[in-house]
Write a protein that binds this ligand. Structure first.
Ligand code: S3P
Length: 168
């Protein structure tokens, strides 16, 4: 459907790249986390605390199904765990061209270490948790992606240029 979709681990820069890309390509941007928060009228942290992760994951699939009914030629950034479901990976493929913003555990930790809005990264040893989750998830991200963009040690300008080379 001609959308540009950004996937990747928490802190890989999907939201910021999405916004900047939206200015550059003059396309509107949608973020699945924000869509879900709007619809549920509460934050992701509240959703996880009250209804649990499984509930949130169902909302992600619902969100993709809705986007498939209407959204073309937009930029879509998606939550870091959304591509883990096979069904979601198929829906992403139908929605458009999927870019995996690939960051290593060190880059991610530096970006998210002061963040309290991501329930899955709270707790005692976020550094090892990030490394473990990234290892588990990388295969799913690659399976969903049309293009892998290495974002380590790059500024946003470089990342935008690289994505621009591939956008159809
Ligand atoms: C999650 C990533 C978050 C958000 C939720 C769960 C994950 O989105 O959907 O906290 O499982 O990786 P961001 O990747 O935008 O932080």
């Amino acid at each position: 459907m001609g959308n540009v979709i950004l996937i990747g681990f928490m802190g890989s820069g999907k939201t910021t790249v999405g916004l900047k890309l939206s200015y550059r390509l003059r396309r509107t941007v949608i973020d699945t986390d924000k869509e879900i928060e709007k619809e549920e009228k509460r934050t992701i942290s509240d959703i996880f605390a009250t209804d649990g992760e499984a509930y949130f994951r169902d909302k992600e699939t619902e969100c993709l199904r809705k986007l498939l009914k209407g959204t073309a030629n937009q930029i879509i950034s998606v939550g870091g765990g959304l591509p883990l479901r096979q069904e979601n990976r198929e829906l992403l493929g139908k929605l458009g061209q999927v870019f995996y913003l690939c960051a290593n555990a060190g880059t991610i930790y530096e970006r998210v270490k002061h963040d309290t809005s991501r329930p899955l990264l709270q707790g005692d040893d976020p550094q090892s948790k990030i490394a473990r989750m990234l290892k588990e998830r990388d295969g799913c991200y690659r399976a969903a992606a049309d293009v892998v963009i290495d974002v380590n040690d790059k500024d946003f300008e470089q990342i935008l240029c690289e994505i621009g080379e591939y956008v159809e």
